[in-house]
Write a new protein. Structure first.
Length: 425
């Protein structure tokens, strides 16, 4: 059992990690801006003749603008966290939930729903600025205000329809299953996550975007040939109307088990040659070949189990609530408070997940070089850097904390050194 926590200990630990998190994020952002600005005048040597100076400077200016906005977001989120915790915001929401409903479990559902609603509304100004000012300034925003509003309404609708019964079940289990409640909640969450992954491609994603089967016969034949060579089965190859919201290009897999879909943004297909699309797809197949998706899912499930166990230790501790400014303890409040402050305490460990992600990307690139031309993937990546205005340089510490992908020069250098097997014509 966990030794009784004093409110003062929790308070001091929270302030310490809060300061480390906020100051650390700001420090990394300033480092990134300084590095990008220092290299703005010259295209990196590896990209001379491939990326123009104007394209490189656009990427630098785009990165600098995003970092300026990111610093405002860091400060905004930090202030919001203090308001909700030490400022009494969660207590105020708890009072409102008690006035609205009498049933204890539904009070918890309403409490978490009110928190989500208030947080969403308060985040709108920065979200609107990002899409309609920053992204529009650099030519990426394709979204209309009506689309933004409709997306928000659909998000709220899904949260109510899906989230309400899930939260009700979680809060019920926390109170009904005794000391092992965290294990029952974990099993429920795993089952729900798997169901969501299975349902997302067919029923949830189409609520926000249109998906149509790939109609380019030549490209489809090339992709089918790649799938046969790699032994991968797909439930279909679809094109998504990504241009409805943004000019950025991307591709991804979605689904679970045999029900996996390959999805290309229409913006990606517009800018890529067929052999480059094949190379990008081969990279994505590499993630499945190396079981990155399964490993990441397993790691997420294990981490969730550990966190729920920790929450189980904190749940009966009065100091946990009082030290974070909360005077209305409940099962729902414990869950909400824990998830709210968790990022503060986990920030120093961010490089661990980033380094694993970068390792996976290198492995997927090597797989792509075995089943497609490495040079085609290099060309595709270079186009993505150019069209997405991605910075070709990054501060080393910023990269260690945040970059899920290797740096552009590292990635291309590794591909240039990859073995190139004979490929069937």
């Amino acid at each position: 059992m966990l030794t009784s926590l004093s409110a003062n200990t929790v308070y001091l630990l929270f302030l310490l990690f809060f300061a480390i998190s906020v100051l650390g994020q700001l420090w990394l952002s300033f480092r990134q801006s300084k590095t990008v600005l220092a290299h703005r005048a010259n295209v990196p040597a590896a990209f001379v003749g491939v990326v123009s100076l104007s394209e490189h400077q656009k990427a630098a200016d785009y990165t600098l603008a995003k970092q300026r906005l990111a610093r405002y977001e860091i400060l905004f989120q930090a202030g919001l966290l203090l308001v909700f915790t030490l400022g009494g915001g969660l207590d105020a929401l708890a009072r409102v939930s008690q006035l609205l409903v009498a049933q204890p479990i539904m009070q918890g559902v309403v409490l978490i729903g009110l928190f989500a609603l208030v947080s969403m509304v308060l985040s709108w100004p920065l979200a609107l600025y990002r899409s309609f000012r920053l992204e529009a300034r650099f030519g990426f925003n394709q979204m209309r205000l009506a689309t933004f509003v409709l997306d928000q309404l659909k998000g709220v609708m899904l949260a109510v329809v899906i989230g309400t019964p899930l939260l009700f079940a979680v809060i019920y289990l926390m109170g009904a299953m005794g000391r092992w409640w965290w294990l029952y909640v974990w099993l429920l969450w795993v089952a729900f996550s798997l169901l969501l992954m299975w349902a997302y491609p067919k029923w949830l994603a189409p609520l926000f975007n249109q998906f149509v089967p790939l109609t380019d016969d030549a490209l489809r034949m090339r992709i089918d040939n790649l799938l046969q060579r790699t032994g991968f089965r797909s439930d279909g190859i679809f094109v998504m109307d990504g241009s409805k919201r943004s000019g950025h290009g991307n591709a991804y897999f979605t689904g679970l088990g045999k029900h996996k879909r390959i999805v290309f943004f229409d913006t990606l297909l517009k800018n890529m040659l067929p052999e480059e699309v094949e190379a990008v797809l081969a990279h994505e197949l590499g993630h499945f070949a190396h079981k990155h998706v399964f490993k990441q899912m397993l790691m997420t499930f294990v981490l969730a189990l550990v966190l729920l166990f920790v929450l189980g230790l904190l749940l009966p501790q009065a100091g946990f609530y009082l030290g974070l400014g909360v005077h209305f303890p409940s099962y729902a409040m414990a869950l909400l408070l824990f998830m709210l402050v968790l990022p503060v305490f986990t920030f120093p460990f961010s490089p661990l997940t980033s380094v694993l992600s970068r390792k996976n990307e290198f492995e997927a690139d090597r797989f792509a070089a075995q089943y497609a031309q490495a040079q085609d993937l290099i060309h595709a990546l270079t186009k993505l850097y150019r069209h997405n205005a991605a910075s070709l340089v990054s501060d080393v510490w910023y990269s260690r904390f945040y970059d899920s992908h290797p740096g552009a020069d590292q990635r291309i250098q590794a591909l240039q050194q990859a073995p190139r097997p004979h490929l069937p014509k």
